[in-house]
Design a protein around this ligand. Structure first.
Ligand code: IMP
Ligand code: MG
Length: 369
């Protein structure tokens, strides 16, 4: 993922795919042009990189010139095309191939046709490396198209977002879910995870997804996924990751206007962490961090024993059981800590102190995400 100005973009078309598309276009043009010496007309600025690669691959004599037009403001195409540099050479009776980086609405192309209306060229054809068929509103024929893409804003390989991104050798696509902040919340038993999750979801308007709650909800409401999960549980088997992920996907889709999600109780394994990354990726989003409350074992034991005196929870009353739960937590989460640390997303937060102290430490971390 990359950030240009205020927006995030994800990798979309590799250098290799671009290279293959350019080569294919060159081959098609070569076979159509035959013995003529074509004039390639690049449309600046966006096409400079495409023109450069295209003509380097072009095996026969050719001429290269440019027109400079401008139509885009930010990430939107405008009707108003400015002619900044027009044709500077006589093209009478020449075979002309327009080289465009991208054809979107077709407004720019219309202007190109206007420019060529009075030129007595022998043949005019249009070659565009990228094309957005869903956005195209004109009838002009496109003779050579490199890669058809969906109607989403892209940058790289000559294309820019407000001036940035033209130098990137591959193409990136605008992420549509820009502003979500999602994190996985971890903490050993007694760390105060539940309390803090409640504060955080209020403060940031996040949706708290606790896998345990999601399971109970789906089973209670007898959803298809709930029944499927229950069928495994009834046999004493673990619910497969796909089923759990499908439930989480449904939760994420239900709350698509959320500012983000706090995942709690999931993932527990490397495979689940990867599946969660894939899920967020398919939603054009991402896990920003694993936020883990770090509390010394002795403090946890003390807290839980204290809680056991009043809560009556049997698993909070026995020191040996408590120590075991803590040990198990560290054994299970160590791999996940490594997983997220490898992506530079592990954020440990000191979980000792008053509730508000800890909340303040957490918000300081989350504000930076
Ligand atoms: P059209 O006039 O709408 O066909 O748009 C053509 C021009 O808009 C291109 O030459 C680009 O300069 C710009 N453009 C269109 N789509 C994109 C995009 O996804 N990223 C960056 N620039 C674009
Ligand atoms: Mg252009």
């Amino acid at each position: 993922m990359i950030k240009l100005h205020d927006l995030y973009f994800k990798p979309f078309i590799s250098e290799n795919e671009i290279d293959n598309a350019v080569q294919r276009m060159v081959d098609e043009v070569v076979s159509d042009v035959q013995d003529e010496i074509p004039v390639f007309v690049g449309i600046l600025n966006g096409s400079f990189m495409f023109v450069s690669d295209f003509v380097k691959k072009y095996p026969n004599p050719c001429e290269v010139t440019f027109i400079k037009l401008a139509s885009y403001e930010g990430v939107k195409s405008t009707e108003d095309i400015q002619r900044l540099i027009g044709l500077t050479q006589d093209l009478t009776n020449r075979v002309v191939v327009i080289l465009e980086d991208i054809i979107d609405s077709g407004n720019t192309l219309e202007e190109i046709h206007r420019i060529f209306k009075n030129e007595k060229v022998k043949k005019l054809s249009i070659a565009t490396l990228f094309h957005k068929p869903e956005a195209y509103k004109k009838d002009f024929k496109l003779h050579y198209v490199g890669i058809n893409i969906p109607d989403k804003f892209i940058v790289g390989y000559g294309l820019d977002y407000n001036g940035l991104g033209r130098n990137l050798p591959k193409v990136y696509q605008l992420k549509t879910t820009q502003y979500m902040t999602n994190f996985v919340l971890f903490g050993p038993p007694g760390a105060g995870k539940g309390t803090q999750a409640n504060f955080l979801k209020e403060t940031y308007n996040l949706v708290h997804i606790s896998t345990g709650d999601v399971f109970r909800y789906n089973i209670k409401n007898e959803t298809a996924l709930g029944m499927l999960a229950k069928s495994y549980m009834d046999k004493g088997e673990l619910v497969p990751d796909e089923v759990t992920i499908d439930m989480l996907r449904a939760e994420v889709e239900k709350n698509s206007d959320a500012n983000g999600f706090i995942f709690d109780g999931f993932p527990r394994t490397n495979a689940q962490a990867k599946a969660l990354d894939d899920l967020m990726d398919s939603k054009d989003s991402q896990i920003n961090a694993m936020v883990a409350l770090e509390v010394d074992d002795e403090v946890l034991v003390e807290r839980l024993l204290g809680r056991g005196k009043t809560s009556g929870r049997p698993d909070d009353a026995d020191e040996k059981i408590i120590r075991n739960r803590i040990k198990e937590y560290y054994q299970k989460t160590a791999i996940l800590k490594d997983y997220y640390a490898a992506q530079d997303k592990y954020c440990g937060v000191d979980g000792v102190g008053s509730i508000s102290d800890i909340t303040n430490r957490l918000t300081a971390v989350i504000d930076k995400l």
